[in-house]
Ligand binder design. Structure first.
Ligand code: LFR
Length: 498
């Protein structure tokens, strides 16, 4: 039967991968092969933290070369997805101006309140429907305008990270919709840049390109690139280029109503709705409405996620420990449960100099047991994340008016089985974990929809359900976790429980 092969680049905040997907439409099955994996290492230069954008472009080229070396001569298209909010600015001659900033760069530390003072919190939410996170593109642009206005004066074109890399591949400039929706400059009702808002903030309105819908063909590899790599040109599609948009495409739910957790560096927990939820309650709880593929909306909240452990690991590595991620989780397993909790979303955890010390500081400040060993610290993080998931899941239910029987978890985080089990325990419902390559799969299936092989989103989810395992976790120790939840809420209320 006829097979179709397409290539997905999925760039996360800590690693990226190139994955070839093969669709057997007759059998209704997808298989994937990871052909290239690379670390994504942000670089601190002077006072600022940047993405190594040219290194990432180099890795995309390596991925394309790998398809050739592995004999995939029949790639019908390729697409990119990545983390959101970050961007590059092009000069009039099409060259990149400066190195894109990392969203955890401290340039935005006190900018959000200034912008809110100008626009008004209610007004900004009513326009954009977006949660207030200090690193949203709107605040980054306001920070640049304040610190380095020449950069904005020279800018001709604003491109989000996947738009920018796609431009390097194709020479074409397009702004993809799902990712544009995370800037907090898009009008949630019209789906276009909000000209009034842009003007009110004194930003140059003409740098923003009218967003194209996910699933649009947006060029092909340039001739120059093809001769450099000695490959035939490949069509390029703009999928849901925000990795979370792609991850939610891949949730193997057969039901229309489902709750999801996309689990990676961040934990994104929420549900898919047909329209943005802009209620007073949604604003008060700072829930976000991000644009999805094919007219869907993602009502969700960012939870600090595995960043907390990644950062501890990075610190311990620096100090010469070199304990693997899986090993750290193993060290947490035998630790006595429920000794101390943090609110993972306290601002103090966004980008501290020393994460383990920061966690200890939180515990000390809240008069709790102060975790000392690696295992104790990781245990504290994992329990706190699971309890925060319950908190946000219940708020999602209140906003959507729907009760969920269980929680779908997708993404690399499901390899952390202890976290999956803790989550089932905390929410006292089943957890359905899989697929692990959520964003890459969402990227692949939207390419196949665009190419005409898959009818729609619903069919795509069925296909994923039939092709990849989903592991069920049954809740345990209800009483223990209920008591822990009450303590967690008391502790976290000191840090406002955002
Ligand atoms: C997840 C993610 C989140 C976004 C954060 C920063 O990878 O894309 O959705 O809020 O990264 O861009």
């Amino acid at each position: 039967s006829k097979l179709s092969s397409v290539l997905a680049f999925d760039l996360g905040a800590s690693s990226g991968r190139a994955i070839v997907g093969r669709l057997d439409s007759e059998a209704g099955r997808v298989t994937i092969e990871e052909i290239h994996r690379f670390s994504n290492d942000p670089v601190q230069v002077g006072n600022h933290l940047h993405w190594d954008i040219l290194r990432l472009f180099h890795e995309l080229k390596q991925g394309i070369l790998q398809t050739k070396h592995l004999g995939y001569t029949d790639i019908e298209s390729l697409a990119i997805d990545s983390w959101a909010v970050d961007f590059g600015l092009l000069a009039a001659n099409g060259e990149l101006l400066g190195n894109p900033y990392h969203y955890r760069d401290h340039q935005t530390d006190s900018v959000m309140d200034k912008v809110i003072a100008v626009v008004g919190r209610e007004k900004l939410y009513a326009i954009t429907g977006l949660q207030f996170l200090q690193f949203n593109s709107i605040f980054q642009l306001a920070a640049i305008k304040e610190r380095n206005p020449e950069l904005l004066e020279r800018a001709k074109t604003f491109l989000m990270i996947p738009d920018l890399l796609r431009y390097f591949l194709t020479g074409e400039k397009h702004s993809e919709f799902t990712n544009a929706s995370t800037t907090q400059l898009l009008n949630a009702t019209t789906g276009a840049w909000d000209a009034e808002l842009v003007q009110q903030l004194g930003l140059p309105g003409d740098i923003f390109l009218q967003p194209v819908a996910s699933g649009t063909r947006v060029g092909a590899l340039t001739e120059d690139l093809c001769s450099e790599l000695d490959v035939a040109s490949i069509p390029v599609i703009a999928v849901g280029e925000h990795d979370t948009a792609s991850a939610v495409v891949a949730v193997p739910a057969l039901d229309e109503n489902f709750a999801f957790l996309s689990c990676g560096t961040w934990s994104l927990l929420g549900t898919e709705t047909s329209a943005p939820v802009l209620s007073d309650q949604a604003l008060a709880w700072n829930f976000t409405n991000e644009g999805g593929v094919y007219g869907t909306n993602r009502l969700l909240k960012n939870i600090m996620g595995l960043w907390l452990i990644q950062e501890c690991k990075r610190t311990w590595d620096k100090e010469g420990q070199n304990i693997g991620f899986a090993e750290l989780v193993k060290l947490a397993e035998p630790v006595k449960p429920f000794q101390s909790f943090i609110d993972p979303d306290d601002d103090m955890f966004l980008n501290p100099a020393h994460m383990p010390k920061q966690i200890q500081q939180y515990c000390r400040d809240t008069n709790q047991f102060v975790p000392q060993t690696e295992g104790e610290i990781v245990r504290c993080i994992l329990e706190s994340l699971a309890l925060k998931y319950r908190f946000i899941l219940e708020r999602t239910e209140q906003l959507s008016g729907i009760t969920y029987q269980g929680l779908h978890i997708v993404g690399g985080g499901i390899q952390n089985e202890l976290l999956c089990q803790f989550t089932a325990n905390a929410i006292q419902r089943e957890v359905w974990a899989g697929p692990v390559e959520g964003s890459a799969l969402g990227n692949l299936v939207v390419q196949w929809i665009a190419l005409g092989y898959i009818a729609n989103l619903r069919e795509a989810r069925k296909l994923i359900r039939n092709s990849f395992p989903v592991k069920t976790y049954i809740p345990e120790d209800g009483a223990g976790w209920q008591a822990a939840y009450i303590t967690f809420c008391q502790v976290a209320s000191r840090s406002t429980v955002k």
